[in-house]
Design a protein around this ligand. Structure first.
Ligand code: NAD
Ligand code: LMR
Length: 342
């Protein structure tokens, strides 16, 4: 089988030792929205994972061909396709992790919140099926606006009586991936070593890179901090504008989602040293959801690294206070949508 490794050195070393030990593929993964711009390259990366035994691809269109194509790769996982509401339950049966990139992407001039009207309903419907068929699975939500779709998912799961806050994640890995890339470029440091925690949410100023907590420690001028922060916050828009109407980030997003999935599978497999940033239910601030570094374990979020919010610079403190206002509104909008529907 082909193997790949993500980002940090420890992960690469970990991956190598895994390959030597011939990891047994044992986890079932479902991708909902698998025929889309993110779904297809994500499915390819997941097909390459030595930890995956079954890969279920669901979409409302074009998924048969994607699955047929992918199934010819001689890697361990078995690929199956599912389409339409009637096949959703079967797609979800016994799945360990569900990744959801279903929904419409931005075009130039739009905010992520402009996607709410379409994507809120899509996420709600999919999560209802998840609640009915695999309530114990880890749920990775990619569909935007993440700051609202995660609270919607939580409400739906609560209404169904199966909400486990430790297993619901808004995927913010792309913000970390971007931060690591941009910092390494700007400061000319070795990319594989760089790790920047990114907290808050996943839209504009709610994306707050904590550059002062960069590992290994890097010195930035005030101007560098400002330029890097703005570039990381606008990374999505940079891609939307470059694609000029043909969608938003898909390849870097697939890479980031595959990294977060691999981390989740390693945690499920018993690895006790797995940390990622994600948007989760949280008590680190007064807001009910917040992205921060979390420790992942077999049961989901094992701990939230609250210490990342201690000892912030004045610039970061200001950013944190400003983002809370917008993030609160987006969370409340999601909760109100889900409650109104019942
Ligand atoms: P896309 O339009 O290329 O693909 C979306 C897919 O979802 C399509 O194949 C479509 O058929 C499918 N779909 C629509 N409704 C569905 C439903 N009810 N059930 C199952 N599948 C359904 O879009 P994309 O570029 O893949 O982006 C998908 C979403 O991911 C967008 O909302 C985008 O904003 C978001 N996104 C999030 C991040 C992040 O960091 N969290 C990054 C990039 C994109
Ligand atoms: C991203 O950060 O690339 C995504 O959230 C997609 C977008 O609309 O920017």
């Amino acid at each position: 089988a082909l193997h790949y490794s993500f980002a940090r050195k420890s992960q690469n070393q970990h991956q190598m030792s895994r390959n030597v030990l011939q990891v047994k593929a044992s986890f079932k993964v479902a991708i909902l929205g698998a025929a889309g711009g993110i779904g297809q390259p994500l499915a390819l990366l997941v097909k390459m994972s030595p930890l995956v035994s079954d890969l279920h691809l669901y979409d409302i269109a074009n998924v048969k061909g994607v699955a047929a194509d992918l199934s010819h790769c001689n890697t361990p996982s078995r690929v199956r396709d599912f389409t339409g509401n009637d096949e959703l339950a079967n797609c979800l049966k016994d799945v360990d992790v569900i990744v959801i990139p279903a929904g419409v992407p931005r075009k130039p001039g739009m905010t992520r919140d402009d996607l709410f009207n379409i994507n809120a309903g899509i996420v709600k419907t999919l999560i209802e099926a998840v609640a009915d068929n695999c309530p114990d699975a880890f749920i990775h939500i990619i569909s935007n606006p993440v700051n609202s779709t995660v609270p919607i998912a939580a409400e739906v799961l609560k209404q169904k009586g199966v909400y486990d806050p430790k297993k619901l994640f808004g995927v913010t890995t792309l913000d970390v991936v971007r931060a690591n890339t941009f910092v390494a470029q700007k400061k000319n440091v070795k990319l594989i070593d760089v790790d920047v925690p990114v907290v808050g949410g996943h839209a504009g100023i709610t994306i707050l890179p904590l550059l002062s907590k960069t590992k290994p420690s890097v010195a930035f001028t005030d101007e560098e901090v400002h330029d890097l922060t703005v570039r990381i916050q606008n990374g999505g828009t940079e891609v939307v504008e470059a694609k000029a109407g043909a969608g938003s980030a898909t390849l870097s997003m697939a890479y980031a989602a595959a990294r977060f999935l691999e981390s989740s599978l390693r945690a499920l497999d018993g690895d006790s040293d797995v940390y990622e940033c994600a948007f989760v239910e949280s008590e680190v601030t007064e807001l009910p959801f917040f992205a921060s570094r979390i420790k992942l374990g077999k049961k989901g979020v094992e701990a939230v690294v609250a210490s990342d919010l201690e000892g912030l610079t004045e610039y970061e403190k200001k950013g944190l206070e400003a983002l809370k206002v917008e993030l609160k509104g987006s969370i409340e909008k999601g909760v109100a949508f889900a409650q109104k529907q019942t």
